[in-house]
Design a protein around this ligand. Structure first.
Ligand code: 3PG
Ligand code: CO
Length: 549
């Protein structure tokens, strides 16, 4: 993107400046799979037609991910927006550390690999190459490290994905690790195997205090308890799919792998080591608490095994969880929220709890609690529990909008960040009709907020962290069409709502012939917010999108 022309600073507004994230709302083909295009969105359409707008890129190198094939996610999206810069994200840093060997040299990994002979190393994690929470290559790096160290027993407790990858792809990843295990097990005395599994929506990877999911996973892994018992991972997936051919991997019930005697083959026991392979924290915190906290009330753990527990990265910086981290955190030196705090600008963050990490520690580049509670209000509306969001596509959008109006009208705030989860959370269910309703609910909510801003002279940047609902179906190379539950690599809309807009500026748009590297992305939003607040953006941030016409 050309940096020289983006020097327009708007006159200070008389109301707050908001960043409104329509999570999972991308710009799609307009075809039958595009729930955003099919939805009735009068508010969005009016704003897009009337105010300065552009399209933003949210994937691959635009947000610091390893490859242009990597779709964006809410963690990397919010972190990039908050940083105002493109930083190497967790998976990029891990890949580089594996490639240069430093990954194998950490003190934390040394402790994990130092188990007594006869004890086992357990890997828990999302078994896919989605690169949103985890990557198969990271499992492999750990398996190789364990083998080279001579660890004889290694067990994988696999969370099946179908949410960041194709809906029924679990076998592919299972096959890959099983062939690694077979080679290793050719050596005398080695036992590397899958020991338990289940869909990520059913066990362990909760992020909203539904401890029953974590408990179900704990009981499988630690106590070997579960009504579904299979002789191998492949047998489990095949059998469960026979029973329910439409079952998406994320929804597979949890199961234990047992030997001929029906005994679990790899329970987590005293003296073992456990690595949580996921690099992303939001859905890894709860299981980490179960392993690490002495004072724990999530559920009755029974006898907690004494293990060496490590996480791929830090999952909760405020509490330094887990204590052992294979990789240090991705550091954002001056996140937007901290910068404006230093300018004395009062701010709020508002969403429902499914997206609580997004507006707090992802956007903050680490910290989860306000740095100054007198200047920062983090308002989290409890999400519906134990429902499929396909059955509740409105989610908490109306409540969020009402609260936002109240906060705007209070006249106390200079900045607010709001996330609407609908298009993403319902998009992850893979059903088009509810996804359309989800998009319409967000449109309606945005309308209420815009009316309140109009009344007080506030401004809003309305955008998304990545696409999802605009791509509810995908076609593979052979022409087979199936539901899509994952994010997309499509661009997202970005509109600058400004009640005093007089047509004198625009948002940067790629010019004809620009190559992809010149497309604007999420890293430009922090500087844009400064310019919207009537402030010169700091020169170390990526440039503002606002250009004179
Ligand atoms: C999830 O955790 O629900 C998905 O893997 C990613 O979704 P998010 O990045 O939008 O939270
Ligand atoms: Co999502």
């Amino acid at each position: 993107m050309n940096n020289s022309v983006n020097n327009v600073v708007l006159t200070p507004p008389t109301g707050p400046v908001l960043l409104l994230i329509m999570d999972g709302w991308g710009i799609g083909s307009g075809g039958p799979e595009d729930a955003v295009a099919q939805a009735n969105t009068p508010v969005f359409d009016r704003l897009w037609g009337k105010y300065a707008h552009t399209e933003l890129m949210t994937h691959g190198g635009y947000v610091g991910l390893p490859s242009g094939k990597d779709m964006g996610g809410s963690e990397v999206g919010h972190l990039t927006m908050g940083a105002g810069l493109i930083l190497d994200q967790g998976p990029t840093r891990i890949n580089k550390a594996i490639a240069d060997g430093s990954f194998y040299e950490s003190e934390a990994l040394e402790q994990v690999l130092s188990i007594e002979p006869g004890k086992a190393l357990h890997l828990i994690g999302l078994l896919s190459d989605g690169n949103i929470h985890s990557h198969l290559t990271h499992f492999r790096a750990l398996i190789n490290a364990a083998f080279e160290r001579g660890i004889r027993r290694l067990y994988v407790h696999a969370l099946l994905d179908g949410r960041d990858v194709g809906i029924q792809t679990a076998q592919k990843y299972v096959c890959e690790l099983e062939s690694d295990f077979a080679c290793i097990n050719d050596n005398d005395g080695f036992d590397y195997a899958f020991a338990s599994g289940g869909g990520r929506e059913r066990i362990i990877m909760d992020r909203d205090g539904d401890w029953s999911k974590v408990e179900a996973g704990w009981n499988l892994m630690v106590h070997g308890e579960g009504s579904e018992r299979f002789p191998s991972m492949m047998a489990a997936i095949t059998r469960l799919r026979e029973q329910q051919p439409d079952l998406i991997d994320q929804d597979m019930p949890g199961f234990v792998i047992v030997g001929e005697d029906d005994a679990p083959i790899g329970k987590i026991s005293d003296g073992d080591a456990v690595v949580m392979v996921n690099f992303r924290g939001d859905r890894a915190i709860e299981i980490t608490e179960a392993f690490e906290l002495d004072d724990f009330s999530g559920f009755d753990r029974g006898v907690r095994p004494q293990v060496t527990y490590a996480g791929m990265m830090v999952y909760d910086e405020d509490r330094n969880l887990p204590v052992l981290q294979l990789m240090g955190p991705t550091k954002v030196d001056e996140p937007f929220g901290k910068r404006i705090l230093e300018l004395g600008i009062k701010q709020f963050r508002l969403t429902e709890t499914q997206k609580y990490p997004h507006v707090t520690f992802f956007f903050n580049g680490g910290y989860r609690q306000p740095l100054d509670p007198t200047m920062e209000d983090y308002i989290l509306i409890p999400s519906d529990k134990k429902v499929s969001f396909a059955d509740q596509p409105q989610m908490k959008s109306a409540e969020i909008a009402d609260k936002a109006v109240e906060l705007i009208e209070s006249g106390q705030y200079g900045f607010g960040l709001i996330n609407f989860a609908n298009a993403d959370m319902v998009g992850h269910c893979g059903k088009i009709a509810p996804a359309i309703t989800a998009v319409e609910a967000v449109d309606n909510a945005i309308g209420k907020i815009i009316d309140a801003l109009q009344a007080c002279g506030g401004r809003a940047l309305i955008t998304a962290d990545h696409g999802n609902a605009e791509e509810m179906q995908v076609q593979d190379k052979s022409g087979h069409v199936e539901a899509s539950t994952k994010h997309s690599t499509n661009p997202v809309p970005c509109i600058l709502f400004d009640p005093s807009y007089d047509g004198s500026y625009k948002l940067h748009q790629p010019r004809d012939g620009d190559d992809k590297a010149l497309m604007p992305g999420l890293s430009h939003l922090a500087a844009t917010l400064y310019a919207m607040m009537g402030k010169e953006p700091p020169t170390d941030l990526n440039t503002s999108l606002i250009e004179a016409l």
